[in-house]
Design a protein around this ligand. Structure first.
Ligand code: GTP
Length: 436
C-alpha cells in the first residue's frame, strides 16, 4: 500500500479515494494540498456530495463516467484488465474547463477499490496547443500548395499509383502515373515536346535525375489550352511518409504556370535591348555606344590601341527622295546587316543617327586590316538593289587608329576630320587620320 501511494503521489493525482462497494461507502485517503472543495471527505455512494461532483462533469462525458464506475463494471473490468481508466472533463466552481482522468484499481489489502483522480488539464492544454500548431501548419502548407502550385501529384514509386490534385477542370485524373503522363502528353503538351516530355517523366530516370541534382529537379514544358499557349514549370522531388519512414519515398511533382513571368522577362529583355539599340538596324544606339567607348577608354591600359570609324551613306537624302522613305529604311537595314557581317561581334557597331554609322574596335589599331574590312563593306553596300535595279550605294568613311590612350571626343574629332577630307574629294572613299 505504501508503494502504491508513492506511485500515486508521484503521478499528477488530484485526489485518491477508497471505495467500498459492499458497504457502499467512499473515503478520501489522499489529496493535493489545495483541493477542490467539491471533493467530499467521506460519504455513501450516490449521496448528495457525489451527485454534486457528477453534476460538474460535462454532460457529454457524464454518462460514460457513471457507467464505467458502476460496481458490476468495475469488478468485472478490474478482474480482467487490472485497472480502468476513464478520462472526463468537468467545470471548476469558477467555470474553468478541467481535464481529469480516473484510474480505478483493486485495493491490495481490502475488498475496496482505489479511485485515483488525476489532473490532466495542463497536459491536455499542451496537447491541444501542439495539435493546434500542427493544424495551423497544415493549413499554411495547404494554402501554399494550393496557391503556389496550381497542380501537384503524389506518386507511389513502388506501385506507380498517383494522385493528382488540380484546380483545372480540363485535367482528367488517372490512378496510374504512366497513364497520367500519357494523358498530359496527348492532351496538353504541344506535339513537338511530347516525346521529350514522356522521356523526362519516366519514373526511374526521373528519380535518378532527382538524386543527381541534389534532391530537386526542374523542367518546363509548353502546353496548349485551346488558343492559349502556356509555359508550365514542373518541379520534381521525393518525399517520405512521416508515419512510415522505411517505405520507399513518394514522388512529388508540382506544376506552376509561369507564362506571365516569362512574358514579363521577355518584355524586360526587349525594353533593355531597345534602350541600348536602334530599332531599325539592330545596331547599338549612340547613347549606349558613347557609354561603351568611354568605359573602355577609361579602363584600357595605356598603350592599348583602338580604332574609331565614322561612315556616312552618300547622298542618302536623294535615295529617300527618289525611291521613298521605306526604301531608305531598307538601305539602312542592309547597312546594319552588312556591318555585322564584316566586323566581329565584339566590335562596337553603332547607328550614330540618320545615315551616319560608327565602328569602334577595341584593342586594335591596324589601319591596313581596317581598310580591308571597310573595302568589303563598301563592296557589299554596292550590291543593294531595289526592284531588281542597283542603287549604286557608296560610302564616305573617315577613321583613326590610335596606339595610345585618348578620349571619345578626340577620336570623334579626328575621324570626323578624315571623313570631311573624303567628302571634300567627292565622297565614296576612305581616309584615315594620320597621327604623328
Ligand atoms: N529612310 C530614312 N531616312 C532617314 C532616317 N533618318 C534620317 N533620314 C534621312 O537621312 C537624310 C540624311 O541627309 P543628309 O544629312 O543631307 O545626308 P546625305 O543626303 O547623305 O548627304 P551627304 O552626307 O552630304 O552625302 C535626311 O533626309 C533624313 O531625313 C531613317 O530612319 N530612315
Amino acid at each position: 500500500m505504501d508503494n502504491l501511494l508513492k506511485v500515486l503521489a508521484l503521478a499528477n493525482y488530484e485526489v485518491v479515494y477508497l471505495v467500498d462497494y459492499r458497504k457502499k461507502q467512499y473515503r478520501k485517503i489522499l489529496a493535493k494540498p489545495a483541493i477542490d472543495p467539491l471533493y467530499p471527505e467521506t460519504g455513501e455512494l450516490n449521496d448528495a456530495a457525489m451527485r454534486t461532483y457528477l453534476d460538474s462533469v460535462l454532460p457529454e462525458d457524464r454518462e460514460k463516467l457513471i457507467r464505467e464506475t458502476q460496481p458490476e463494471h468495475v469488478l468485472l473490468a478490474t478482474r480482467e484488465h487490472g485497472k480502468i481508466i476513464v478520462p472526463y472533463r468537468r467545470l471548476s466552481p469558477g467555470g474553468k474547463l478541467l481535464y481529469r482522468k480516473i484510474v480505478i484499481i483493486p485495493h491490495p489489502d481490502s475488498a475496496g477499490h482505489i479511485f485515483a483522480i488525476h489532473d490532466m488539464t495542463e497536459e491536455m492544454q499542451q496537447r491541444l496547443e501542439s495539435g493546434r500548431d500542427l493544424r495551423l501548419k497544415e493549413e499554411g502548407i495547404r494554402f501554399i500548395v494550393e496557391n503556389m502550385c496550381e497542380n501537384f501529384m503524389i506518386v507511389d514509386t513502388k506501385t506507380r499509383h498517383c494522385t493528382t490534385y488540380t484546380h483545372n477542370s480540363r485535367i482528367i485524373c488517372k490512378n496510374d502515373f504512366d497513364e497520367q503522363i500519357r494523358w498530359f502528353a496527348e492532351n496538353l503538351i504541344v506535339p513537338e515536346e511530347r516525346e521529350n516530355y514522356c522521356r523526362y517523366f519516366n519514373v526511374d530516370s526521373l528519380m535518378a535525375k532527382i538524386a543527381e541534382e541534389g534532391g530537386v529537379c526542374h523542367t518546363s514544358c509548353t502546353v496548349d489550352y485551346g488558343d492559349d499557349r502556356h509555359t508550365i514549370a514542373i518541379t520534381s522531388t521525393l518525399i517520405t511518409d512521416p508515419e512510415n519512414g522505411t517505405e520507399p519515398p513518394f514522388l512529388f511533382l508540382y506544376a506552376q504556370d509561369v507564362t506571365s513571368v516569362k512574358r514579363m522577362e521577355e518584355t524586360n529583355r526587349q525594353l533593355l535591348f531597345y534602350n541600348q539599340h536602334d530599332k531599325l538596324t539592330g545596331l547599338m544606339n549612340r547613347f549606349a555606344t558613347e557609354k561603351r567607348v568611354r568605359d573602355h577608354l577609361h579602363a584600357a591600359p595605356t598603350g592599348m590601341g583602338s580604332t574609331f570609324i565614322l561612315i556616312d551613306i552618300d547622298h542618302f537624302k536623294s535615295i529617300n527622295d527618289r525611291y521613298g522613305h521605306l526604301t531608305g529604311d531598307d538601305v539602312l537595314r542592309f547597312m546594319g546587316q552588312s556591318m555585322k557581317q564584316v566586323f566581329r561581334s565584339e566590335d562596337v557597331l553603332c547607328r550614330w543617327g540618320g545615315d551616319e554609322f560608327v565602328v569602334f574596335v577595341r584593342g586594335f589599331a591596324d589601319e591596313k586590316a581596317m581598310r580591308d574590312r571597310l573595302g568589303i563593306l563598301r563592296k557589299t553596300m554596292g550590291t543593294f538593289t531595289h526592284q531588281g535595279a542597283s542603287l549604286d550605294i557608296t560610302l564616305s568613311i573617315g577613321g583613326v587608329c590610335l596606339r595610345s590612350g585618348t578620349t571619345l571626343n578626340r577620336l570623334f574629332r579626328l575621324a570626323d576630320e578624315a571623313l570631311y577630307e573624303v567628302k571634300n574629294h567627292g565622297r565614296n572613299g576612305i581616309s584615315f587620320k594620320q597621327i604623328a
